[in-house]
Design a protein around this ligand. Sequence first.
Ligand code: ZN
Ligand code: ZN
Length: 261
Amino acid sequence: MPKLDKYKIEVTFLGTGTSQGVPVIACNCDVCESVDLKDKRLRSSILIKINGNNFVIDAGPDFRQQMLCEKISSLRSILLTHEHVDHIFGLDDIRSFNWIQNHPTDIYAEKRVQEAIKRIFNYVFAEYKYPGIPKMKLHSVSNKSFTIDGIRFIPIRCYHHKLPVYGYRVGDLTYITDTNYIPDEELEKIKGSKILIINALRKEKHISHFNLDEALDVVEKVKPEKTFLTHISHAFGLYSNLKEELPEDVYSAYDGLRLEF
Ligand SMILES: [Zn+2]
Ligand SMILES: [Zn+2]
């Protein structure tokens, strides 16, 4: 168990949906047709506020809408878990922060993810740059803790089928998404977290995401005070039903949910 850093943390769920979001285009299932706002899920991302700094984990295709919804006016940095479309395709919209803050956006990601960013957003890294394009400053993440303005982040190595991805722990909070395997030594780093946010796609098994039972196995091993499930598919069922079905101290997250601890 790592030495515990103590920070006052405010977390806002910017999105809690799987790659297609909920509702899914052209789907007429009960969940996609639900009028409950808690069944509307943008692509998964969280905002973490510590000491007045805003950190965002992942910037998928809904990043613009998420920044507008939460009226975010400054961004300290973006931490990325992996390079899938639903986690990085909003990065072009950092432009407003570049202008307002007069600074490139600090983006933390492992080498492989950085290569994908350079390929997909090649214009950002071109020798002759088109005016007005986003400005990114890439920082390398490896499996060692690092600090941003003195705030310590601990990467947690997890696996998304065969793809290595990073979860992050900061103080009493751990955020893990797009994972279906966490090695034992990495589980040790999560222990002692008050709040665990973990992906649980649906009840049926899936090749690259924890299902509900697998996520609950992790909860059993780590024993956080509270757990919030995220990266949820329309196949998981209605929010109102899920609420009844989950064990004590395990909750389905929803977009806009805010936690302070
Ligand atoms: Zn995803
Ligand atoms: Zn993914």
